[in-house]
Design a protein around this ligand. Structure first.
Ligand code: NAP
Length: 250
């Protein structure tokens, strides 16, 4: 297992679900974790995550804030840099859904999903990339989705945001490659979290039939892929989209 000792990682939306698993996996490998989340009402989740990070033998801090806003994203990166003097790894994971058929989808549901999923990725990367370029090292991983590759009915907003993340990943990878900053995306398939727990049973059954490996992913499946992409083993990989989806998008 490649080690991340002395590295500082910022994980947006890191208080629960996939983001929590990513923080924990990076912590197990020695990184210090800055855990972002949105709602003060979710402080218990965030505290649980920090306790688990400490139990894994690492350390970190909680930074609440809305990363889809300029203030929220720049405060997060500033808080991490002020506390630890550096950011080596940024995982843009915060995400939401507001599913509906296009005829019923309200413009505010389109905007909210684009802002939280795509705009936050752009804002946090913009805030973090300067210091990464200056020290000639950085790893950015953006959490996309199989929906951004295949498209998903009822998710025109979400699929567009995730396809946007893929385009953004490749463009930024080209911009910063000469400074030894890599930018990759992980595209999960279906993973059981708060985001997916309320999908209609009928849809879940249909989706199961589309997964060649015959099971939903676990949060740990996604976290290990992220850990690989930020490790020294992936030093020569940039602009890549790693599908972690049981074969759905092959
Ligand atoms: P989740 O369990 O609903 O967790 C979402 C996390 O994002 C929470 O920590 C939440 O904070 C945070 N968040 C939401 N809006 C935010 C904002 N504006 N600013 C800061 N943090 C915000 O979701 P998940 O399933 O783990 O999904 C994580 C990522 O994986 C998302 O990008 C999602 O699109 C992607 N993904 C998930 C699946 C899946 O099947 N689950 C599949 C493909 C891709 P609070 O706790 O404070 O609300």
């Amino acid at each position: 297992m490649s080690q991340l000792t002395d590295q500082v990682a910022v994980v947006t939306g890191g208080s629960r679900g996939i983001g929590r698993a990513i923080g924990l996996e990076l912590a197990r490998r020695g990184a210090t974790i800055v855990v972002n989340y949105l709602n003060e009402s979710q402080l218990d989740n965030a505290n649980e995550t920090l306790t688990a990070i400490q139990a894994a033998g690492s350390n970190g801090m909680l930074v609440p804030g809305d990363v889809s806003t300029e203030d929220g994203s720049s405060n997060l990166i500033k808080a991490a840099t002020d506390a630890y003097g550096r950011i080596d790894i940024l995982v843009n994971n915060a995400g939401i859904t507001r599913d509906n058929l296009i005829m019923m989808m309200k413009p505010e549901d389109f905007d909210a999903v684009i802002n939280v999923n795509l705009r936050s990725t752009w804002l946090c990367s913009r805030a973090a990339v300067r210091s990464m370029m200056r020290k000639r090292y950085g790893r950015i991983v953006n959490i996309a989705s199989v929906s951004g590759i295949l498209g998903q009915a009822g998710q025109t907003n979400y699929s567009a945001s995730k396809a946007g993340i893929i385009g953004f990943t490749k463009a930024l990878a080209r911009e910063v490659a000469s400074r030894n900053v890599t930018v990759n995306a992980v595209a999960p398939g279906f993973v059981l979290t708060d985001l997916t727990k309320d999908l209609p049973e009928e849809l879940t059954k249909q989706l199961n039939q589309l997964i060649p490996l015959g099971r939903w992913g676990t949060v740990e499946d996604i976290a290990r892929a992220v850990a690989f992409l930020v490790s020294e083993d992936a030093a020569y990989i940039t602009g890549h989209v790693l599908n972690v989806d049981g074969g759905m998008a092959m």
